[in-house]
Write a protein that binds this ligand. Structure first.
Ligand SMILES: NC(=O)c1ccc[n+]([C@@H]2O[C@H](COP(=O)([O-])OP(=O)(O)OC[C@H]3O[C@@H](n4cnc5c(N)ncnc54)[C@H](O)[C@@H]3O)[C@@H](O)[C@H]2O)c1
Length: 296
């Protein structure tokens, strides 16, 4: 999507971290009108203090993005105040780590409700509005390198991020005909507040097999991300991807070797069956029909 200036962006999780970096770049550098939606009022207040006096249009919305009715109401409010949303950044996400063997259903349900449900609710809220308007738009979903790499103690988070990747690849395959671009941001480490995620975990998901508010745990998690990307620099990369309509946003080439190994393992597993009689039968049928394999 070109010509961002003056258009409206809706950014979930915009009170902090990756999303706040995106909000700064799209408001201050691209000249967009930006709505930041977040469950934390203190994070919204702090972000608005930053934007005050900077000659930008930023509108804060308190939103629990797992609440579908509230999401629709937030969209109505933002479109009334700022105008139609052209850029949707489904950025908010949470993490909590530990062995799958210790996870409770609440542990699963919380991360799935925010990381998958939140992205889904963003898409279900704004995609029909973009399609109905008929003037295109762009959706940026934030997953993680955990959409590719399954590490121990990250199972729930990894499951949610694989899902965001699946949803995003599917949207990319379908929304082009409406002039709606789709991008998938997969960060490695970013220096944010995600180590404190459990502070936003609602009461209804109260039973955990992992940790709660624990400064020692938070300090350990922060160590993993503190040398990561600055959210503003990452926001600039996201802006370029939106303007160039690039799907993959993967600014972490240190993951290339691992990815090559995973690709090679998958291909080798397929090649085991290259000479299987059913492979040969299907290939003959496909050749007769002139089929192309989906995805090739
Ligand atoms: N920080 C990293 O190293 C890293 C790495 C890979 C992926 N990511 C992804 O980046 C995205 C942003 O995370 P971050 O690192 O900026 O974390 P962050 O905690 O700094 O920001 C996330 C924001 O989302 C908000 N949020 C959480 N639950 C919400 C809900 N139910 N409704 C509305 N808002 C909610 C939080 O209040 C917070 O302000 C996430 O999807 C995360 O998985 C981060």
């Amino acid at each position: 999507m070109k010509d961002l200036a003056g258009k409206v962006a809706f950014i979930t999780g915009g009170g902090s971290g990756v999303a706040l970096g995106q909000a700064k770049v799209f408001a201050e550098e691209a000249g967009m009108k930006v709505a930041i939606a977040d469950i934390r009022q203190d994070a919204l207040d702090e972000a608005m203090e930053y934007f005050a006096g900077r000659n930008v249009t930023v509108h804060p919305v308190r939103l629990d993005l797992t609440d579908r009715a509230a999401f629709a109401a937030a969209a109505d409010e933002v479109e009334r105040v700022l105008g139609p949303v052209y850029l949707l950044c489904n950025t908010a996400g949470v993490s909590q780590f530990g062995p799958l063997a210790q996870a409770t259903y609440d542990d699963w349900d919380w991360q799935m409700s925010v990381n998958i449900g939140g992205v889904l609710n963003g898409v279900m809220t704004f995609m029909p509005r973009m399609i109905a308007r008929g003037q295109g738009g762009h959706i940026v979903n934030t997953a993680s390198m955990s959409a590719f790499v399954a590490l121990p103690r990250c199972g729930i988070y990894t499951t949610t991020k694989f899902a965001v990747r699946g949803l995003s690849e599917s949207l990319r395959a379908e929304l082009g005909e409406f002039g709606i671009g789709v991008s998938l941001l997969c960060p490695g480490a970013v220096n944010t507040n995600i180590h404190r995620s459990v502070e936003t975990r609602p009461e209804k998901f109260g039973e955990t097999g992992y940790y709660g508010r624990d400064e020692q745990v938070f300090a350990g998690l922060k160590q993993v991300i503190q040398d990561g990307f600055d959210p503003i620099d990452l926001g600039r990369i996201v802006r370029e991807a939106v303007e160039e309509d690039r799907f993959w946003i993967l600014p972490y080439p240190e993951f290339i070797d691992g990815q090559k190994k995973r690709d090679a393992d998958v291909i080798a597993a397929m090649e085991l069956y290259a000479d299987h009689p059913d492979t040969i039968r299907r290939a003959e049928l496909a050749a007769q029909r002139g089929d192309r394999m989906p995805g090739s």
